[in-house]
Ligand binder design. Structure first.
Ligand SMILES: [Zn+2]
Length: 385
């Protein structure tokens, strides 16, 4: 019964993923269910059956219907937990695009990142608060519910939601409590990336505890079964890999702000497209320009010279080849022209949307600033490690 949120770089679009069913939209957010959750729901219905038989004997096969009804109500209460994350994010202007329920909880995919520690705390904290509120409400309803099938269902919902609420408050990523911890560390250190890394390490600690939990049962004099070890292994592995992913992303993002298109740019020399390549290269060397741009009669950039295409042209042919032959036409992709002021995550996002080995950098007024070479960005990124 764990739960996590994802957002920003590489958040999973659940659309068209095998094993995922779209069950509809809730408050404008697409809701998906993984088949792994359906299996758990069937398992819950099956495990519930003996208890149903006890409180309402003689139901026959109908006892499974009661189990399925309970599983559906439980799914709906998990959905309320997830939608509370989505609605809180939306309050801060961060749209949520999907909710996916999977084998031990759900994921709410939000577009982008919380901008302040306060937003992070509110968006993640609201989930466990919602589950605890549902659980406590169910407990109150249980007080006035007559014994029987209904009280079994209400009691089960109360118990399950309180467990979900409490477990999600455990302070380690990817749990909601881990996001709350991250917000506190972010506030304290002023560094959101270091906060992610530390909260990720806390998450690894939680994973180890989950893995060792059957041994703790033993310490309390309870006999741990094979199933307990199996559940602990699955849960521990899931938490460990998610926490590790958080640590990696924290480290990567910490390096991003150092990436500025303007400072990484090469000075570009403008040449007419029909100029022989050998002459263009000679002029570039003379002017100490690191890149070549072909321009039309009016001086507007029309092509970006590709370094590997130049390297692939034998030296003896270069006097006879027009520069335009080794240039990538700018008219084929508007994504090849980037603002010189781009930096960090937005720079990488733009580059990823139109993969190329070179980009033209322009000033806000459209004048040519220089050329950004992808291998220079890669080198700067690994240098700042
Ligand atoms: Zn949550």
């Amino acid at each position: 019964m764990s739960d996590s949120r994802s957002g920003g770089l590489g958040s999973p679009a659940s659309r068209n993923q095998p094993g995922t069913l779209r069950i509809g939209t809730l408050a404008g957010v697409d809701v998906f269910v993984r088949t792994s959750w359906l299996l758990i729901a069937v398992l819950i219905a099956y495990l519930m059956a003996p208890a149903v038989e006890r409180v309402e004997p003689g139901l026959g096969a109908l006892k499974y219907v009661a189990g399925v009804a309970f599983a559906i109500l439980l799914t709906l209460s998990l959905l309320l937990h997830e939608i509370s994350h989505a609605l809180m994010a939306r309050r801060f202007g961060i749209p949520a695009h999907s909710i996916t329920l999977h084998f031990i909880g759900g994921v709410t995919a939000i577009e982008g990142e919380p901008q302040t520690p306060k937003q992070e705390a509110a968006i993640s904290g609201i989930g466990p608060v919602t589950s605890l509120a549902i659980g406590l409400t169910a407990l109150l309803v249980l007080e006035v519910t007559p014994d029987g099938l209904l009280s079994l269902v209400v009691g089960g919902l109360a118990w399950a939601n309180i467990v979900v609420g409490v477990l999600n408050l455990v302070p380690g990523l990817p749990l909601d409590g881990g996001h709350v911890l991250r917000s506190v560390l972010w506030k304290a250190t002023g560094n959101p990336h270091r906060a992610t890394t530390i909260a990720g390490w806390a998450g690894r600690g939680v994973a180890v505890l989950a893995l060792a939990s059957p041994l703790l049962l033993d310490a309390f004099g309870l006999r741990a079964t094979v199933v307990d070890f199996l559940v602990a292994a699955v849960l521990g592995w899931f938490l460990w890999s998610s926490a590790s992913a958080a640590i990696v992303s924290g480290k990567l993002r910490a390096r991003l702000p150092a990436l500025r298109a303007r400072t990484l740019a090469r000075r570009a020399l403008s040449v007419p497209p029909e100029l022989p390549l050998a002459e263009a290269l000679r002029r570039a060397q003379q002017e100490q320009a690191g890149a070549l741009v072909t321009v039309d009669g009016a001086g507007r950039p029309v092509g970006l010279v590709n370094e590997s295409a130049v390297a692939a042209t034998p030296a003896e042919r270069r006097p006879w080849v027009p520069t335009s032959v080794v240039a990538r036409s700018l008219t084929t992709g508007p994504g090849l022209v980037l603002a010189a002021d781009l930096e960090g995550e937005s720079l990488l996002r733009q580059m990823r949307s139109t993969p190329s080995s070179e980009y033209l950098l322009v000033e806000p007024d459209g004048t040519l600033y220089g050329v950004l070479v992808t291998s220079d960005v890669d080198a700067a990124f690994s240098r700042s490690a």
